[in-house]
Design a protein around this ligand. Structure first.
Ligand SMILES: Nc1ncnc2c1ncn2[C@@H]1O[C@H](COP(=O)(O)OP(=O)(O)OP(=O)(O)O)[C@@H](O)[C@H]1O
Length: 831
């Protein structure tokens, strides 16, 4: 019977109309409890409580400050009094600015408790109050309590040590008692040491400071080892500036009761899973210990049982000692003082808070339900998730409704909502619902600042983290460029491509040291990426002998791409030589000093090639750019070259099959037609976007709608200015010379030798390395000419053939030999 009744109740509560009857049948106790729960959850109660805390904090602080001036008059009157004294209605000579209550409160805090250190309590009350009322996180709560509490105890003791009576309100009764107790035990000097020691202990426990600088003082001879903290690029973003993602605002548009149940469920789910894990680990450890003890107890004298001890692990300090012993290579050492840009260079464009317009939500919901009902489609549930630019309405159709029927109503729903860019996702992957995305009437701008400050961006272990934007549930979306591994971006003009490119570049600049990544920037429009010129000697790579680091000329693009192909081949040679599979392993090996720089090994920075206006390039250079791009895209992921290619026109003659096949990650901003959307994403949808940074990201197999982070030109200007003003490398990162036709085989000498041949030969023999870039630098000539001279040297037999990453072998050992060699050439009439 009971089960049956329960069943009926369940059904009725779902059907909504009969819910009142059902609630009557539930026990009084249950509803009473719910009321109390609802009261406790009421936001007004929270706000009132918060306000009370702020008031208490301010009142106490003012009372205490006043006490510092008026204690002479008040202390004797108030001493030993209780609350009754405050409300006895009699006149008194109290001078505290806040009257008797103020004097009593201050007396309690300052004299009886911890002295002026007690002020931490009202201060903390204000922080909590502000957090509750204004939702403002002034300081991290837990950390502040920890530091505040320890600080309060220590300050109370120290103040009591410094100030004797009658100013004993500086340390409070607590401090006074501790000091008199310690003093009686170990005397004055002992107490002084006690105070200093406890202060030192508190600093160590709370902040765990590094004493590496001491080590450096004492240990100058071992200058090779510099602890990691010191050479890390300094991140200026403080812990308290990092913001956790706002929880997605999900509104269940069904009845309220269901909402409450779900909230409770969510709360349970949200309980920290890590905590559970830790508890489980502790339990397991305890079990193992128990077992070991049991075995020991059970064993008698002649039967010895040995339980093998766990293998000893090195702790952090010991590991560092090991590194110290061998000396780790640090790629950042050249620019060890480099500082990452700070958050203040980025602006807050939007409010950062989603504005939920209840009327709009309700109106849209009703319109959706009505439109569907007009076509005889019943739905059993509807809920909304509010994102920065669009709101996702998820509906669960009644059983028997065909999904394709809803999909076909896209235009009708758009009409009924009178909104552009409705996108229907039927079904939502992995959710069993149908999604209808409706643009918000007041879209919010997602500032790059909020993305950079997000916990997801700051605390990740990605190689090249890129904060692209915010998802429909308002979560920051951060992804790793090395995992993409190449990115194709398309979108009609003015829809946010350039901003998107800047967002990607800025993300990397906010996380990486100049030693770790280099950019090759191709900008046929000549205006979009010019700001990055300022960071040429920090972050840009260019062809040897080129004056501009940002490539705007198509012919130069071909050379650069070919040069990158050479760099790729060189890097593969290095990887092969080091017997590793990718750049990460290679660099790790190099850092651990397992690779010899004399064999051509070096720390390899990631290279990010950015091409804006790809269509323009394909139109002018065609196959010449397509082939190296396809080659790089196919092969370059393992050696750390990643491509980002942006285009306005995603037509098939620009994004050819071969390019498309090698760019699994794609971003589509708004495009003008469904065909364009198909070309870029292999699916429709990009034509339904609303522009201004609204985009679809496809990392390969799914489509994620994002609102791209917005970073304005002045912000990029500030960031590049900040980086550019820091100490830099002498030159931009030099790419290898592009391969000349016929390179690698013995050359025929068809021209007369270059007029600079003798000087170049001198340089090569002196350096005992046949490198064109060296000749170029020393003789100040272009790479074409230097390349030609190298060819001539090979043809005349001065140097050996091309050997991948290693410099060519010089076949003449010294200056004397060179003199002879040149004489020979003169005899042959070549010089
Ligand atoms: N993420 C964004 N959030 C808000 N507004 C944006 C966003 N991205 C772009 N916009 C707006 O759109 C304008 C055009 O953007 P952008 O210059 O990036 O377009 P584009 O696609 O590069 O155009 P073109 O191809 O002509 O260079 C910007 O000036 C800005 O006002």
């Amino acid at each position: 019977m009971a089960a049956k009744a329960k069943n009926t109740y369940k059904k009725e509560s779902k059907s909504g109309t009969k819910k009142k009857k059902a609630s009557k049948s539930t026990s009084l106790n249950g509803s009473g409890f719910k009321k109390v729960l609802a009261f406790l959850k009421d936001e007004r109660l929270h706000k009132s409580f918060g306000l009370l805390l702020i008031l208490f904090g301010l009142y106490t602080i003012i009372a205490c400050v006043s006490y510092l001036f008026t204690w002479k008059y008040d202390a004797s009157i108030i001493d030993g009094e209780s609350l009754g004294f405050v409300f006895n209605g009699e006149e008194s000579e109290i001078r505290n600015w806040l009257g008797k209550l103020g004097a009593l409160t201050a007396h309690q805090f300052l004299k009886v408790w911890f002295g002026i250190a007690s002020l931490f309590i009202p201060f903390y009350a204000i922080i909590i109050g502000v957090r509750i009322v204004f939702k403002l996180k002034l300081l991290p709560l837990f950390k502040t309590v920890k530091i505040g509490f320890v600080g309060m105890v220590w300050l109370s003791i120290t103040m009591a040590f410094i100030f004797d009576a009658p100013r004993d309100f500086m340390g409070g009764l607590f401090g006074e008692q501790v000091i008199s107790w310690v003093d009686s035990a170990i005397g004055f000097v002992g107490t002084l040491f006690f105070v200093l020691f406890t202060g030192f202990l508190a600093v160590i426990v709370l902040f765990n400071p590094s004493f590496a600088f001491l080590q450096k003082w004492f240990d100058k001879s071992e200058s090779e080892f510099i602890p990691e903290e010191e050479v890390e690029a300094k991140n200026k973003i403080k812990e308290e500036e990092i913001i956790e993602d706002q929880k997605p605002v999900v509104v269940d548009l069904n009845e309220e009761e269901e909402k409450e149940e779900e909230e409770e469920k969510e709360e349970k789910e949200n309980e920290n899973p890590l905590l559970e894990l830790e508890v489980e680990e502790e339990k397991e450890e305890a079990k193992i210990e128990e077992k070991q003890e049991e075995v020991k107890e059970e064993s008698d004298d002649d039967f010895e049982v040995t339980v093998p001890e766990e293998e000893e692990m090195l702790n952090d300090g010991e590991l560092k000692d090991k590194v110290k012993e061998f000396g780790e290579y640090d790629p950042k050492l050249d620019l060890s003082s480099y500082e990452l840009p700070g958050l203040e260079m980025l602006e807050d464009h939007g409010g950062g808070q989603i504005q939920m317009n209840k009327e709009e939500l309700e109106r849209n919901k009703n319109n959706i339900i009505e439109t569907l009902q007009n076509y005889k489609i019943e739905i059993s549930k509807i809920k909304a998730t509010i994102g920065p630019t669009v709101t996702l309405y998820e509906i669960v159709p009644a059983p028997g409704v065909r999904i394709s029927k809803i999909k076909n109503l896209e235009d009708d729903i758009a009409l009924s909502l009178a909104a552009l860019g409705i996108r229907i996702i039927a079904p939502m992957p992995g959710k069993g619902t149908v999604g209808i995305e409706v643009p918000n009437s007041n879209p919010d701008i997602v500032s790059m600042r909020s993305l950079i400050a997000s916990d997801k961006f700051q605390n990740n272990k990605m190689e090249l983290p890129v904060a692209l934007g915010k998802t429909i549930s308002n979560e920051s979306f951060v992804t790793d460029l090395t995992k993409m591994p190449h990115l194709l971006m398309a979108g009609a003009t003015g829809q946010g491509k350039s901003v998107g490119l800047n967002a990607i570049l800025v993300s990397i600049l906010y996380k990486k040291h100049p030693a770790q990544v280099k950019f090759v920037l191709v900008d046929p429009k000549k205006v979009e990426l010019t700001l990055f010129n300022k960071i040429e000697r920090h972050f840009l790579a260019k062809l040897p002998g080129d004056s501009d680091a940002i490539i705007t000329d198509t012919s130069k693009v071909v050379e650069t791409l070919n040069s990158l192909c050479v760099e790729m081949d060189n890097r593969y040679e290095l990887l092969k030589d080091a017997m590793v599979r990718n750049i990460k392993e290679y660099n790790q090996k190099f850092i651990n000093r397992k690779l010899n720089p004399e064999n051509g090994h070096r720390y390899l920075p990631y290279i990010v090639l950015v091409i804006d206006e790809f269509a323009d390039l394909i139109m002018t250079a065609g196959k010449e750019v397509e082939t190296p791009i396809a080659r790089l895209a196919q092969l370059a992921r393992a050696i750390g070259i990643h491509l980002i290619v942006a285009t306005q026109r995603p037509s098939v003659n620009v994004i050819t099959g071969i390019i498309k096949a090698n760019f699994p990650s794609r971003i589509a901003f708004r495009v003008t037609s469904k065909i364009d959307s198909r070309t870029i994403l292999d699916a429709g949808g990009a034509d339904q976007l609303i522009g201004r940074g609204d985009m679809l990201f496809s990392p390969g197999n799914e489509l994620i709608r994002l609102q791209c982070g917005f970073v304005d030109t002045p912000e990029v200007d500030d960031i590049t200015e900040f980086i550019g003003s820091q100490r830099a490398y002498p030159n931009a990162y030099e790419l290898p010379e592009p391969e000349m036709e016929g390179d690698g085989s013995t050359k025929e000498l068809d021209d007369a030798l270059d007029s600079l041949f003798e000087q170049a030969a001198d340089i090569v023999v002196n350096a005992q390395a046949g490198s064109a870039s060296n000749i170029q630098r020393k003789l100040k000539i272009g790479y074409n000419r230097a390349g030609r001279i190298i060819d001539q040297m090979e043809a005349t037999g001065l140097i050996g053939p091309h050997k991948g990453s290693k410099p060519r072998e010089v076949l003449v050992p010294d200056v004397l030999g060179l003199e002879q060699f040149l004489n020979n050439l003169r005899d042959k009439g070549l010089l």
